[in-house]
Ligand binder design. Structure first.
Ligand code: NAG
Length: 187
């Protein structure tokens, strides 16, 4: 009983953390930006480089389904603008893709010649390790001076709290992996 309650609390915590952290990115930063860019400085990759993507975030494309499409492709096919063997084809005019893993994700237009003219996108998703490092850096370690000259009774308390905090972050991150498996079953 107690453990099933704990399990439900953990699940709720994980799902709320995931929903808080998952972001939706309109590709290009505005509706209908999936098109041949007018210049290099206007490119979709300039937009992508200015953003920070995490596992679980979504990319959203809006475009005219009669005139365009979104192909997710491998690195090699991205660089050669090869539309013949995509990993996934989206042509519904309103495409939503979840970024399920860290690393680079490659997208090109399915329209003949459009990729060559710059209608393409690389999105690099930062890794979990990166994110954990980012969170740890938010809670600075106590300065050495506190241990040297401060009250000895206070030092272990400060250390204890920050260790517990870091342990919690670690536990939540570890559970995210297991939680997403359970989440898949629940969703
Ligand atoms: C495109 O990719 C396909 C499948 O990988 C390959 O057979 C074809 O030669 C490629 N075309 C070009 C122009 O590279």
């Amino acid at each position: 009983m107690a453990s099933s309650l704990l399990f439900r609390i953990v699940l709720l915590t994980i799902s709320s953390i995931m929903s808080i952290e998952a972001k939706e990115f309109a590709v290009g930063g505005e509706p209908s930006a999936w098109k041949i860019p007018s210049s290099n400085s206007d490119s979709l990759n300039q937009w992508a480089e200015a953003n920070r993507f995490q596992v679980g975030d979504y990319l959203v494309w809006d475009y005219d389904a009669k005139k365009d499409s979104v192909l997710q492709v491998r690195k090699k096919d991205y660089h050669s603008c090869n539309t013949s063997s995509p990993i996934a084809v989206h042509q519904d005019g309103s495409t939503r893709v979840r970024l399920r893993r860290s690393g680079a994700h490659y997208f090109i237009s399915g329209v003949e010649g459009a990729c060559e003219k710059g209608e393409k996108l690389v999105v690099v998703v930062i890794s979990e390790n990166h994110r954990e490092g980012f969170q740890s850096s938010l809670s600075p370690a106590p300065a050495p001076a506190e241990f040297d000259s401060g009250s000895p009774a206070m030092a272990p308390v400060t250390g204890g709290v920050s260790t517990a905090g870091r342990g919690l972050v670690g536990a939540v991150l570890a559970l995210l992996i297991g939680g997403s498996v359970v989440g898949l079953v629940l969703v």
